[in-house]
Design a protein around this ligand. Structure first.
Ligand code: ASP
Ligand code: MG
Length: 424
């Protein structure tokens, strides 16, 4: 068994879908679970739809139409025959979406988010599965919500490993009797009451890792539009270098600091079963890419992780008492309650500073709660730069024209919270 994962960029248009067909013809010569994300930027679009619906902050009809037009234009390029049954399947998904949007929200934002946003994966897998079957790559479409079981923490479902593993054995593995490829959705799961959950943005990698874990796969390949794991995000840096080999430990650290190449939850299940993870290019599929596996060699290459859209909170006791254990425990409890992940923190005698992703949905209620006990100052539009295997020159270069608000160094890693000078 092997598990392949194709992300949004690898199914962003008809050409990309055709390319998947040729990759599978070449590399899926053994039982393969294929995990697919929503097409292109459709998850963002569906988030927009959810906001328009839940907060009445936009034209749901218009957004739904854009989503529909996008998918149908891909369908038309893949299936010149308008009688192909996939047209009906996709139409039905949109009919149900339109119905769902007619009712008033009946539950929380996160619940509705999951019911709506998950449809991106349903649509993409239905289209890709049908196209592959038509192009001679026999496969079975599987609804992963009947396999990956989670609790009802909407938007970050916690996976029930035991139950999911039982379902993999009873529902997924038997499908391989009739074909070599089972194609399913990343990112989504189901609750015991058959509601849909999601596993967190970019969670398809995690799905691939889970399925590999449950089936004791020999490898996972994540097919991407980059040649492998790079030492920096090409969106922000020129002259990036590909890293050939990483240990699980290195990969966990990189994702922990925010490298967006792999979802942070992906590594652990693979490490537990010693399953290697390959990151390869779907544009140059013959190239070796990066392998992440067991080993003791640390990477020597300098890597840069740049996170934008950060907010720096500075939390101070109202009575000028020290930041001590009692205060810290109240603070950490509130961060945990609001599911806000701390990207960097630092404390001084009377203030505790925390850098986090500026996700308004989470941060505003968190600040309100914190303000019951503390004075909270904040600085938005800051950036968090992490450099592993740093040297003084790179630090100087990267902090040029920046105001460094906080800097923290350990032996291998430096982190800086910075702001562009013009904005100060
Ligand atoms: N489609 C989801 C997202 O964009 C999951 C994924 O791509 O991994 O977040
Ligand atoms: Mg995606």
């Amino acid at each position: 068994m092997q598990v392949f994962k194709f992300g949004g960029a690898s199914v962003k248009d008809a050409e990309a879908v055709k390319n998947i067909s040729s990759i599978l013809k070449k590399y899926a010569s053994e039982p393969t679970i294929v995990v697919i994300s929503a097409m292109g930027k459709m998850t963002n679009k569906l988030e927009e739809l959810t906001n328009a619906y839940f907060h009445k902050a936009g034209d749901t009809q218009k957004i739904l139409n854009e989503i529909k037009t996008f998918h149908f234009s891909i369908l038309e390029k893949l299936f010149p025959n308008k009688n192909a049954s996939v047209y009906n399947d996709i139409e039905n998904v949109f009919v149900e979406l339109a119905w769902a949007l007619e009712d008033e929200p009946s539950s929380t934002y996160n619940y509705h988010y999951d019911q709506l946003v998950s449809q991106g994966e349903i649509l993409s897998t239905k289209i890709v599965s049908a196209y592959l079957n038509e192009s001679g790559v026999n496969n079975k479409w599987l609804d992963v919500r009947g396999i990956i079981q989670t609790d009802n923490s909407y938007r970050e479902g916690n996976v029930d490993y035991e139950l999911s593993e039982t379902l993999v054995n009873s529902q997924l593995l038997p499908l391989f009797k009739n074909q070599d490829i089972v194609l399913t959705q990343g990112f989504i799961g189901g609750t015991s009451e058959n509601f849909t959950t999601t596993l967190g943005r970019e969670g398809s990698d995690y799905t691939a890792a889970l399925l590999a874990y449950f089936t004791n796969a020999k490898q996972v390949i994540i097919w991407k539009d980059v040649p492998g794991v790079l030492n920096a995000d090409p969106k922000y840096f020129k002259n990036t270098k590909k890293i050939d080999e990483l240990t699980y430990h290195d990969a966990i650290e990189l994702t922990y600091f925010g490298a967006s190449v792999i979802h942070p939850k992906t590594i652990k299940p693979l490490q537990n079963k010693n399953i290697p993870l390959y990151v390869r290019s779907f544009i140059q599929p013959d190239e070796a890419g990066t392998v992440i596996k067991d080993g003791d060699k640390r990477i020597a290459v300098t890597s840069y992780i740049f996170k934008t859209n950060q907010i720096l909170l500075s939390i101070q006791p109202k009575d000028f008492s020290f930041i001590a254990e009692d205060n810290l425990s109240v603070i950490f409890n509130l961060f945990s309650k609001h599911h806000v992940r701390i990207n960097m923190m630092q404390n001084s005698a009377i203030s505790f500073s925390v850098c986090v992703d500026d996700d308004k949905q989470k941060i505003e209620p968190l600040i309100q709660d914190l303000q019951q006990h503390f004075k909270v100052l904040y600085n938005n539009d800051v950036q968090l730069m992490t450099i592993r295997n740093y040297d003084q020159d790179t630090i100087a270069k990267l902090s040029e024209n920046k105001l460094v608000l906080i800097e923290q160094r350990s032996r291998h890693t430096v982190q800086m919270v910075m702001k562009d000078i013009e904005e100060v």
